[in-house]
Ligand binder design. Structure first.
Ligand SMILES: C[C@H](N)C(=O)N[C@@H](CCCCN)C(=O)O
Length: 330
């Protein structure tokens, strides 16, 4: 998938690059659905939140390395090839794409180990034989739809903010581009080591929904600090990094508490589709708010998105989700 995208840079066809990005999106998100379902199948009732924390941590190590070394890889290719332009860009991206080959290799080994473990543990026998039909979606419990809404309300205030963050720190806090890039990537840098630790904490204490609430409230506080004060933004960004890591460890495993095993893949697929639909729409809205109204109103908009997630955690919902998550984690 990534090779497709990088090949189009090599041959200098922008439309092909856009198509490659489209294919990459389909592949990357399907991979995430498979990872989540796989983790639940093997770790439900054990250290599931820790496993989600570890997955997030690995993904964030990848994003941080990518954010920080691709510039140097491009510079190196410029020196080696003695030119700039699309061919050099494509070659640098091709080097980046080799990590996908490593992923493919690991997936094949995992598939082999999975089959072997199923055979040894006789997992086939434990299967109920139930199959998912798309029309089962209408039977998804209310709690699952609420998890979807919390997910979209929360993530639209994180990913699009990070997308626009660098210019925000330059304009509002007069940071240099390098400083702005660093503070903007701190959310991912923090989540690499913090996610497994926070995941373990959620496993030990249970009560995923309480942790999700804490994460949503602290994220709102961090956004409000960035919007309405001129306090040192490092403080707010560190809070944002910790809250984001906590939310990701506690929210995604909750899907497994409210749907049966045979519906897990569909439930995670829907969760990511809804998340991505929200991200696509809100990213466009955020860009247009930024252009027409500026950063203060944009930050107020992000605060409003988080409030939507928070409002979903009304008392009745909280009670039902908490009951489900506590009984599952015991
Ligand atoms: C990639 C996906 N759309 C997403 O948002 N993933 C979450 C974490 C998912 C839990 C671990 N598989 C993220 O915060 O990146």
């Amino acid at each position: 998938m990534f090779c497709f995208k990088t090949f189009s840079a090599l041959v200098d066809h922008f439309w092909l690059m856009e198509f490659g990005r489209f294919v990459f999106g389909i592949g990357g998100e399907s991979l995430a659905v498979a990872q989540n379902t796989y983790a639940v199948n093997w770790f439900k009732g054990k250290e599931l939140n820790l496993v989600f924390g570890l997955q997030l941590s690995m993904a964030r190590v990848g994003s941080t390395v990518n954010m920080n070394i691709m510039g140097s890889v491009y510079d190196h290719m410029k020196t080696v090839l003695g030119q700039t332009g699309y061919f050099t860009l494509g070659s640098a991206l091709m080097i980046g794409a080799t990590t996908c080959v490593l992923s493919l290799f690991c997936a094949l080994v995992l598939g082999f180990l999975d089959k072997r473990a199923e055979r040894i543990l006789n997992k086939e026998q434990g299967k109920t034989g139930e199959v998912i039909k798309l029309k089962d979606v209408k039977d998804f419990p209310l709690q699952l739809w609420l998890i979807f809404i919390i997910c979209v309300g929360y993530y639209v205030a994180i990913f699009p903010f990070i997308g626009l963050g660098q210019v925000f720190f330059i304009e509002k806090f007069n940071f240099s581009p390098t400083e702005a890039r660093l503070i903007n990537s701190i959310v991912y840098i923090i989540s690499a080591p913090a996610s497994p630790v926070l995941g373990l904490m959620v496993d030990k204490t249970g009560k995923n929904i309480i942790w999700v609430m804490c994460a949503v409230i602290t994220t709102l506080l961090a956004h409000m600090m960035l919007a309405f004060t001129f306090w040192n933004p490092w403080f707010a960004m560190v809070i944002l990094g910790l809250s984001y890591s906590l939310l990701a460890c506690a929210l995604w495993p909750m899907v497994a508490f409210v749907v049966p095993e045979h519906q897990l893949g569909t439930a995670y697929g829907f969760m990511q589709s809804i998340q991505n639909l929200g991200l696509a729409l809100i990213s466009m809205a955020a860009g247009s708010i930024l252009d027409s109204k500026g950063y203060l109103i944009l930050e107020v908009f992000f605060c409003a998105c988080i409030c939507c997630g928070e409002l979903n955690l009304s008392a009745a919902t909280r009670a039902s989700l908490q009951k489900t998550s506590s009984s599952e984690s015991e």
